[in-house]
Design a binder for this molecule. Structure first.
Ligand code: C2E
Ligand code: MG
Ligand code: MG
Length: 380
């Protein structure tokens, strides 16, 4: 199509690449049809793959040249990371070039890292991300419920809502396989919103059926605090489902509470005013002090499973557990022990005045129907 069309294509390619980058990133044309992108402070190595995917996608759309020809081009990208793949400019450029040849070997429209295992991991994550996006749209997520038991009366007083992903191919996937990715990509906001809405909807159905009222606990990721308006979401969900605020409890991890403290505190105070209960999840795993939570509107402290695991074998963990219970009570919190698996653990917790527990000893998290059966069989 001649030089003019070629120049125009190069210009449009450069523009589209730039559109996918931050202000601070650098794009240069090395010569011919080769460009180089330099990105500093990418954070996680996988971020480079996400940008590569975005660039490949942007360049896969047709170009119009000289206002008349439509052309389609293919893109391959090689990635080298400093310092793993070289700590001089020459070494990085050479290794990015080698990676580019690996990418081309795989066919057009691919990226590759200089090392095979990074390429593999990054590609798997990108596939998982798009499947997860689809899972939300196609209603493949489910809420399971795990009973929470009052230690003195032995009755179910609540349940924790735990998300599961029913993938049509891989079956039931646990949160450990997808929550971290959902947090990195921001998908957690949509997932968290869905879980909250679904839980309140189900809770209201149980109340309508005349089941005894129990507290439903929903996990909230710190990302939801940062990226969405939790107060507005909770208000909307309670309004839409009719579920009473007093039966809703939000679980926030200790580490989540510690970052961005001012912002988090104001959201928690408003949630408290909205009538919702608050619990600190995984307590004991971070470096926060109990005294810090003294003035926060939290009602329940959940002692992390890692402490419970070592009862009755590790004196240290038993001392910590007993101390957390005593201190929490002095500060006016209720205490729930997570991950209780043996009668010995329960005996220890009872002896030290722990208020509630959940764990495999009583039941795993189960689907809605199974939970309803447990609730009717034991409480009615
Ligand atoms: P978590 O909130 O601390 O939930 C407790 C986890 O411990 C659950 O795992 C539960 O099934 C498991 N568990 C309970 N009792 C026992 C026991 O006796 N033994 C053992 N080995 N495990 C027990 P699960 O459902 O896999 O959830 C893992 C984590 O994923 C949760 O930890 C929570 O941080 C996160 N997660 C689950 N659902 C959601 C959600 O809807 N939103 C957000 N943001 N995170 C969620
Ligand atoms: Mg939890
Ligand atoms: Mg926990």
């Amino acid at each position: 199509m001649g030089h003019i069309a070629g120049d125009e294509l190069l210009q449009q390619v450069a523009e589209r690449i730039q559109m996918q980058l931050r202000e601070v990133d650098m794009v240069a044309r090395l010569g011919g049809d080769e460009f180089v992108v330099l990105m500093e402070n990418v954070g996680h190595y996988e971020h480079a793959a996400r940008v590569a995917e975005a660039v490949i996608h942007a360049l896969s759309q047709p170009f119009t040249l000289c206002q008349s020809y439509d052309v389609v081009i293919g893109t391959s990208i090689g990635i080298a990371i400093h310092p793993q793949h070289g700590d001089t400019i020459e070494a990085l450029m050479d290794n990015a070039d080698t990676a580019l040849y690996h990418a081309k070997d795989q066919g057009r429209g691919c990226f590759a890292y200089f090392s095979e295992d990074l390429t593999q991991k990054a590609r798997e994550r990108i596939v998982l991300e798009s499947r997860l996006r689809r899972a939300i749209e196609q209603q493949e997520l489910r809420v399971y419920f795990q009973p929470q038991i009052d230690i003195v009366s032995g009755r179910i007083i609540g349940a924790e809502a735990l998300v599961r992903w029913h993938d049509p191919v891989e079956g039931c996937l646990m949160p450990s396989t997808f929550i971290a990715l959902a947090e990195e990509t921001g998908l957690i906001v949509a997932i968290g919103e869905w879980v909250l809405r679904e839980t309140c909807k189900i809770g209201q159905q149980w109340l309508d059926k005349g089941l005894p009222p129990i507290t439903l606990a929903v996990n909230v990721s710190p990302h939801q605090f940062r990226r969405s308006d939790m107060n507005a979401l909770v208000a909307a969900v309670l309004h839409d489902t009719g579920f009473p605020a007093e039966y809703l409890q939000l679980e926030i991890t200790e580490s989540g509470l510690m970052d961005n403290q001012k912002h988090t505190a104001s959201i928690l105070n408003r949630l408290n005013k909205q009538g919702v209960h608050l619990a600190i999840d995984d307590f004991g795993t971070s470096y926060s002090s109990l005294a810090y939570f003294k003035y926060s509107p939290v009602d329940i402290l959940k002692i992390d499973k890692t402490f419970i695991d070592n009862i009755p074998f590790l004196q240290g963990d038993m001392a910590i557990t007993a101390t957390i219970i005593a201190m929490a009570h002095h500060l006016g919190f209720k205490v729930l022990a997570e991950g209780v698996e043996t009668p010995e653990q329960l005996t220890f917790l009872r002896k030290h005045g722990c208020d509630m527990y959940q764990g495999y000893l009583y039941s795993k998290a189960v689907p809605v129907d199974a939970f309803m059966k447990i609730l009717t069989d034991t409480q009615m």
